[in-house]
Design a protein around this ligand. Structure first.
Ligand code: TIU
Length: 224
C-alpha cells in the first residue's frame, strides 16, 4: 500500500479504492471575464495549480484509477439557483448575466467549461454541482460507492470555498481526504495558508495535506 509523507502524519491508501477529485478547474474561475473576476479577484493567482494537477492526473490515468471532475454552475433557466446566491455581492454582472465568456456560471456556456489543459476524458465522470460542496445535490456519493472508493485525493479551486466545503462533506461521509497543497489555490494567500492548516490541525480533523511531489513519489515507490 503506498504511504505518503503528509501532515499531520503519513497517509496510506489503496490506489484502487482512491479517486482523484479535480474541483471546479473552470474558465469561470481561472480566466479573465468569468465569475472569479466578477467577484473582484485576480484570477491569474489560481493558475499555479494547473501544471501540478496535470502531472497527478497523468499518474491516475496511467494507472487507470478513477478520476472525477466537478463544475460549479446552474441550469440555463436558473431554477436551481437560490435567490440568495444570485443576489450575493450586489454584482453588476453576476450569475446568469452575460459576460465576456457567455452567461456567468451557467451550464453549457464557454466560461463554465473546464480549462483546456485539464479536459476530462470520456470515461471520467463530470459532476455538475449547484453549490460549493461536491456532494450537495449531486450523485458524487453514488459514483464513489459504486466504485468502492474510500479515499480521495483532492485538488482544484478555491481552497477555502469549494475545496474546503467538499472536504468537510466528504469527511462527514467517512472518506479519507488528502489535499495536495500545490494543486489547490485561493485568491487570498492568507486563506490558502490557514485553510490548509485547518484541514490537518487537531490530528487531521478534516484530513491530510501534502505536496503533489510527495504523492507521486509514493506512487513510484509502490505502483498499483
Ligand atoms: N469565490 C470563490 O472563491 N469560489 C467559488 O465561488 N467557487 C469555488 O470555489 N469553486
Amino acid at each position: 500500500m503506498p504511504v505518503v509523507s503528509a501532515l499531520p502524519y503519513a497517509f496510506s491508501f489503496e490506489p484502487e479504492k482512491t479517486a482523484l477529485l479535480i474541483i471546479d478547474m473552470q474558465r469561470d474561475f481561472l480566466e479573465p471575464g468569468g465569475f472569479g473576476e466578477m467577484l473582484g479577484n485576480d484570477v491569474s493567482q489560481l493558475r499555479t495549480t494547473i501544471e501540478p494537477i496535470r502531472e497527478v492526473l497523468e499518474r491516475f490515468r496511467q494507472q487507470q484509477l478513477l478520476v472525477i471532475h466537478t463544475r460549479e454552475g446552474h441550469r440555463p433557466d436558473l431554477t436551481d439557483l437560490p435567490a440568495s446566491k444570485r443576489s450575493r455581492g450586489n454584482l453588476s454582472c453576476g450569475i446568469g448575466d452575460v459576460g465576456p465568456m457567455g452567461r456567468i456560471l451557467v451550464r453549457g456556456e464557454a466560461g463554465h467549461a473546464i480549462i483546456d489543459e485539464l479536459q476530462p476524458l470520456p470515461n471520467e465522470p463530470v459532476i455538475d454541482k449547484p453549490g460549493k460542496g461536491s456532494f450537495y445535490a449531486t450523485d458524487l456519493q453514488t459514483i464513489l460507492q459504486n466504485h468502492g472508493i474510500t479515499s480521495l485525493i483532492v485538488t482544484g479551486v478555491t481552497t477555502e470555498v469549494c475545496v474546503h466545503t467538499t472536504v468537510r462533506e466528504a469527511n462527514d461521509r467517512g472518506y479519507e481526504c488528502l489535499v495536495l497543497t500545490d494543486c489547490v489555490a485561493s485568491y487570498f494567500p492568507e486563506f490558502q495558508r490557514v485553510a490548509l492548516e485547518m484541514i490537518a490541525a487537531q490530528g487531521g480533523i478534516f484530513g491530510w495535506t501534502t505536496s503533489s511531489e510527495a504523492l507521486i513519489t509514493a506512487f513510484e515507490k509502490e505502483p498499483s
